[in-house]
Design a protein around this ligand. Structure first.
Ligand code: ASP
Length: 323
């Protein structure tokens, strides 16, 4: 009987080993749980290119948008754990969402294997270029005076733009009308067109529009300015020092994906983050590259647990309405 178990175990082990040896032998699907053209999509495409060269297989981006990113994330949580379906999750899908969706069908800390952090993304308060306030102080006064007339764009309940705006609305005691999109890519199009008034968005989605003058940025919610937008003041400099918030985007695989497969994916990501051209593309957009010790699978696992724990009380305090 013992021998039988040993043989069975050996069989399972060798199946796992064979999988990783030949892996990847077909294209990998990288699910982006938001619309194309937004921050998560942009980061996914930037890192997928060099990763695919390292892995010798195509990485196909699939945008599965909806419900603030939780639709695509649920899809990946229940996908075959074979390394051929992975995803770019973020501070919303793998941090804030559990606090906003009591019936969420996945647990960010239990239903995924971590691959690695791709980029940190500071948050900026941006507005359509014709919004009257010239700076953050004027915006605060303006928003308080007519908050019900203001339209806030975001990427759905639980997304980064939604949760970071919740914090802002709570601090300013304002209640703008909310306009949800399938990602801040399409939301940005409407902000540029002047169809919505403001948004709190990840830096990689705003840099080129701010530089082109097609939207305005009131402040960046980090302790220091971003080298990608050196003229934009911090919230501390501009008069709202307590509004401090940053997001991040990271790669995940379904729970049960073999360890040697996720190790291969991590290795490809680490190599991508060391590639000069990839670094430049992320840095030019204001992305914050993870330090060497923040590039491991174990680090991301610990970080996700901290993020979920951190966001739950913050969202409760902001009085956010759940489902
Ligand atoms: N990251 C989302 C996107 O790519 C937006 C968000 O979470 O606010 O559109």
């Amino acid at each position: 009987m013992k021998a039988l178990f040993a043989a069975a175990a050996a069989l399972v082990l060798s199946a796992g080993a064979t999988l990783a040896q030949g892996y990847p032998n077909k294209p990998i699907t990288l699910v982006v749980p938001f619309a194309a053209g937004g921050p998560t999509d942009v980061i996914a495409r930037i890192v997928a290119e060099p990763m695919s060269r390292t892995l010798g297989q195509q990485i196909v981006i699939e945008n599965v948008a909806g419900a603030g990113g939780t639709t695509g994330t649920t899809r990946v949580a229940t996908a075959a754990p074979d390394g051929y379906t992975i995803m770019m999750g973020h501070m919303g899908t793998h941090g804030a969402a559990p606090a906003l969706y009591p019936k969420l069908k996945y647990d960010p800390t239990k239903d995924f294997e971590t691959i690695g952090m791709a980029a940190g993304t500071p948050i900026l308060l941006v507005a359509k270029k014709d919004l009257p306030p010239k700076d953050l102080k004027e915006f605060m006064a303006y928003a308080k005076a007519q908050s019900d007339k203001l339209n806030l764009a975001h990427a759905g309940v639980g997304s980064v733009s939604h949760t970071t705006a919740l914090l802002l609305n709570n601090q300013l005691a304002i209640k703008p009308s909310q306009v949800p999109y399938r990602g801040t890519g399409p939301a940005m199009n409407d902000l540029v067109a002047g169809q919505v008034d403001f948004m709190t968005d990840q830096i990689v989605n705003v840099v080129s529009q701010v530089k082109a003058g097609s939207i305005k940025a009131y402040a960046i919610a980090t302790p220091v300015r971003s080298p990608a937008l050196p003229d934009v003041p911090t919230t501390k400099e501009a008069g709202l020092p307590d509004y401090q918030v940053s997001a991040w985007n990271a790669l995940f695989a379904p729970k049960g994906t073999p360890a040697d497969v996720t190790a291969k994916l991590n290795d490809a990501l680490v190599k991508a983050l060391a590639d000069e051209n990839t670094r430049k593309r992320l840095l030019d957009l204001g992305g914050v590259l993870p330090e060497k010790d923040q590039q491991s699978q174990a680090w991301l696992k610990g970080f996700v647990a901290e993020e979920v724990a951190r966001w739950t009380p913050v969202i409760k305090a902001a009085g956010a309405t759940a489902e």
